[in-house]
Write a protein that binds this ligand. Structure first.
Ligand code: SAM
Length: 314
């Protein structure tokens, strides 16, 4: 199985995979934590403020951390065979990295696969500037631009139906659930017919989700970190529904279980991620009840610090 440079050591967790049923068995303690989170939901007023300040909070995140927070993701070509450099490919492949951050995904990939051209966007202007300032940034192979996936039409920077693949790596979880479909439809417009989205993000009952203290829950599966950035924890079923309603068909969609080492506490923690491949079909389905209900804030016990709350080192 895949190994990642940003995690010193991990082993695949000994959990069972059962179709679309969730693979993790919750303990009494887990259930208790989830119940306590429900006792203190973030107020509507604060929720609206978080939505309004989403861009600012991510920009401040990059102001604090610059390019030092996320480590380069060297695992992606191993996890997604579509990204691998195969000798049969001699024509350029266009890729959109939606929510590119400071380029931890795109620079290793550009190095690995010489046939790729990457359009890379993020709604943090600071993150985009870090990408452009990277010595590896080459405008002949990369087009970095600022964009809010939920508001700005991607076609202003990427020709319609021109992209072979799009990647969403720990990005959709940062959006408010009500805006996820809009973001997917936006990506749909720039994909070629038959083009695909390669997806990896936080999964339901991930360790970080269970560790949120009361006062951090915004809605079902949706939380706010200490720094004001938000995180949604997906089930594979709702992910399938979301992509289907936005005009994609499901090729792969599964939970990925990992154990990561928390160096600070010397602990091995169970992580749950979701990984999938979704292909553009062109037909959108209106599934009733797609929209999430909106409910309306330190962490249980000692709580998680910023690094742990953002941890996605897989
Ligand atoms: C966890 S980072 C992932 C970055 C990158 N994909 C990687 O793998 O390193 C999530 C990124 O999503 C971006 N983001 C959040 N909401 C967004 C939105 N509405 N439009 C565009 N980017 C957004 C954030 O600025 C942040 O850089």
């Amino acid at each position: 199985m895949m190994e990642d440079s940003c995690t010193p050591a991990f082993v695949e967790a000994p959990f069972q995979r059962k179709d679309s049923a969730h693979p993790r068995t919750l303990t009494e303690e887990d259930r208790d934590r989830l119940k306590k989170q429900d006792n203190k939901i973030v107020s509507d007023f604060k929720q609206k403020k978080l939505e309004k300040e989403a861009q600012r909070n991510w920009d401040l995140f990059y102001k604090r951390n610059s390019t030092n927070f996320f480590k380069d993701r060297h695992w992606t070509a191993r996890e997604f065979e579509e990204l691998a450099n195969t000798s049969q490919k001699d024509t350029p492949v266009a890729l959109l990295e939606a929510g590119c951050g400071v380029g931890n995904f795109l620079f290793p990939l550009l190095q690995e696969n010489p046939y790729l051209f990457i359009h890379a966007c993020d709604f943090s202007p600071r993150a985009v500037q870090f990408v452009k300032d990277n010595p590896q940034y080459n405008p002949d192979r990369c087009n970095a631009f600022q964009c809010d996936l939920t508001k700005d039409d991607l076609r202003a920077s990427v020709p319609a139906a021109s992209v072979d693949m799009a990647t969403l790596i720990f990005v959709l979880s940062a959006l408010h659930p009500d805006t996820m479909r809009t973001a997917l439809e936006n990506i749909h417009r720039v994909l070629k017919p038959g083009g695909c989205v390669l997806f990896r993000d936080y999964g339901l009952y991930d360790h970080a989700m269970l560790r949120f203290a009361p006062g951090h829950k915004l809605a079902d599966s949706f939380y706010v970190r200490q720094d004001g950035t938000r995180a949604y924890y997906f089930s594979t079923d709702e992910l399938a529904k979301l992509f289907t309603t936005a005009g994609f068909s499901v090729v792969n969609n599964e939970y990925v279980l990992r154990e990561t080492v928390n160096k600070k506490e010397g602990l091995c923690v169970p992580r749950v991620f979701v990984q999938g491949k979704f292909v553009k079909t062109g037909q959108k389905q209106d599934v009733p009840g797609t929209e999430q209900d909106d409910n309306g804030t330190t962490s249980i016990d000692k709580g998680l610090d910023d690094a742990e709350q953002h941890s996605c080192s897989t």
